[in-house]
Design a protein around this ligand. Structure first.
Ligand code: NAD
Length: 519
């Protein structure tokens, strides 16, 4: 019987201005805290695999607190996982799309049931506050619901032009076994999105989560296992990118790689995957979503209060650790001083502290990230004027850095060009709207951007000239929604794969044309 599905709708976010929701989330964190430090296996061909070498995951707000202990996969494990994925593919590719979609829908249901628990693990493992964690979980649910529907849509016969004397067909088949390499910053959403798209399309996968967020990798594998996904369709191997990541990317039997992460690693994967290995039968497909240096333009005709609010949320939400974060505010000289005047109290109002207590700004992901961000702050002090922040937060246990603002930043300064991935904003003065657009486009990236202006002609101009994959008007430049804002960037921001959009599943499929001569 045909599966009847309601049209896709985004999962509503929890409202944490309501005390009862805060109470429930806090309770879930307490429950999760009772389970800290437990050991979790890798999952290969449905079997739990333990190794001698371990990989612990730490809480960035309390760096000595162990979230969980994971198995450091070897290349042998990665090899076994890939072989298992190919074995499972022989069955999985024949499973009808509607049936595959059911697994995603059941996983979405399971995520809804475990939502506060998933949020709690995320809060503890990567330092998101309640709203950021809940938005991440909702996005993961959205991806499952959206790609389930997309799998069914792509399974329909595709239109072909009639040719006299022939019966012609065009349809899509999956690629094979591939590798999923997600980042830690949307540790459930992006992991779930890339994984579920691949398997909904009929592929099988080896998932290698970021070593900063292995717990989220385990939780996703556990959820798919709990809804009965056949063994070998999703294999989980936790380990270092440079070891098993490279091994899997270079492997001659890897058919595709879905990666989201930094430009450096993305380009490395692109190069490695492009090199044909002995015995390799195909050109590997790579789907690479990378970094950003996103800008918000504040025009002379902007609503300044709205612009300040949009800049602050986009720059410091999740400590600026989003590919879509606003790291440049490009402000027309006519409103520059007034913008700074209003920005100051808005940044000062941000409360810094433990995400488990739901502070606005929490820790950055690791000591290494903290050092890297502080080194950019040191560079910024030479290139521009430090306006606000600029220091580590000494009296807190975790990897905290104050929300930082540099002003009078030259557009070509390193802090205006390179992705810092932390709570650091560069404010740049523009001579005109055209100048602001030129500055905004003047980096190697092209992911998100926003324009605050009341002038429709300027917005029209930005629509054509602002070269980013996700452009927003009179709103923040973060928070893309599945379905509503297909997501992905231009230039060195990646392959513009448009996750959560109608073209995404196609990246995991190949078209087949069959033509029969009628006698
Ligand atoms: P990262 O590049 O350090 O790591 C991403 C993943 O690649 C991790 O799983 C890591 O273990 C793996 N990896 C590292 N070296 C590897 C190698 N040699 N071979 C194979 N795999 C390897 O990025 P990150 O710190 O996890 O995430 C932050 C970055 O991700 C930022 O640059 C951010 O802009 C970007 N990002 C982009 C998007 C997007 O949609 N464009 C979304 C989120 C994050």
């Amino acid at each position: 019987m045909a599966l009847r599905l309601k049209p896709f709708r985004n999962e509503p976010h929890l409202d944490f201005s309501k005390p009862e929701n805060v109470r429930k989330q806090r309770k879930a964190i307490e429950e999760v805290r009772k389970q800290l430090g437990q050991e979790y296996p890798n999952l290969i061909d449905g079997k739990e695999v333990y190794n001698r070498e371990k990989l612990p995951s730490f809480n960035p707000a309390h760096p000595h607190e162990v979230i969980g202990v994971f198995q450091k996969a070897t290349q042998r494990d990665a090899e076994r996982a890939l072989q298992a994925a190919w074995r499972a593919f022989e069955e999985w590719k024949r499973v009808p799309a509607e049936e595959r979609a059911q697994y995603l829908l059941k996983a979405a249901q399971e995520m809804r049931r475990r939502r506060l628990e998933l949020n709690a693990w995320m809060i503890c493992e990567v330092g998101k506050n309640y709203a950021e964690a809940d938005a991440d979980t909702c996005e993961a649910i959205d991806f499952l619901e959206y790609y389930a529907r997309e799998a069914i849509r792509y399974a329909q016969p595709q239109p072909v032009t009639p040719v006299p004397g022939e019966r012609n067909e065009y349809f899509y088949i999956p690629l094979g076994a591939g590798v999923i390499i997600p980042p830690w910053n949307f540790p459930l959403a992006i992991l779930t999105g890339m994984t579920s798209a691949a398997i909904a399309a009929g592929n099988t996968v080896v998932v290698k989560p970021s070593s900063e967020s292995p717990m989220m990798g385990w939780l996703l594998a556990d959820i798919f296992r709990s809804v009965g996904l056949p063994d070998g369709v999703l294999n989980l191997v936790i380990g270092s990118g440079s070891n098993i990541g490279d091994f899997l990317v270079a492997h001659p039997r890897t058919r595709f790689i879905a990666f989201t992460g930094s430009m450096e690693v993305g380009l490395h994967i692109h190069e490695l995957a492009a090199k044909r290995q002995p015995g390799q039968l195909w050109i590997k497909r790579t789907i690479l979503e990378m970094g950003g240096k996103d800008a918000i333009i504040v025009d002379s005709e902007a609503d300044l209060d709205a612009a300040v609010q949009g800049v602050v949320v986009s720059a410091y939400g999740y400590q600026g650790q989003k590919c879509s974060a606003c790291s440049r505010a490009i402000v027309d000289k006519a409103v520059y001083e007034e913008f700074l005047h209003r920005l100051k109290p808005a940044v000062h109002a941000l409360r810094i502290g433990d995400p488990a207590d739901n502070f606005d700004v929490g820790p950055v992901i690791s000591e290494r990230a903290k050092e890297s961000i502080l080194s950019y702050i040191a560079i910024g002090k030479k290139e521009a004027k430090l306006f606000l922040g600029g220091n580590p937060v000494g009296d807190l246990d975790g990897h905290y850095i104050e929300p930082t603002v540099f002003v009078n930043v030259p557009p070509r300064a390193r802090i205006a060009q390179e992705e810092i991935f932390g709570p650091v904003l560069a404010v740049i003065k523009a001579n005109s709207f055209v100048d602001a657009l030129r500055i905004a486009n003047g980096t190697i990236y092209g992911l998100t951007g926003s324009v605050y202006s009341r002038n429709p002609d300027k917005l029209r101009m930005a629509r054509e000239e602002f070269h980013v994959g996700n452009l927003y008007f009179n709103r923040k430049c973060t928070g893309a929604l599945v379905g509503g804002h297909p997501f992905g960037g231009f230039n060195m921001s990646g392959t513009d794969s448009k996750a959560g959009g109608p073209d995404y599943l196609l990246l995991f499929l190949q078209g087949k044309s069959v033509s029969e001569k009628l006698t």
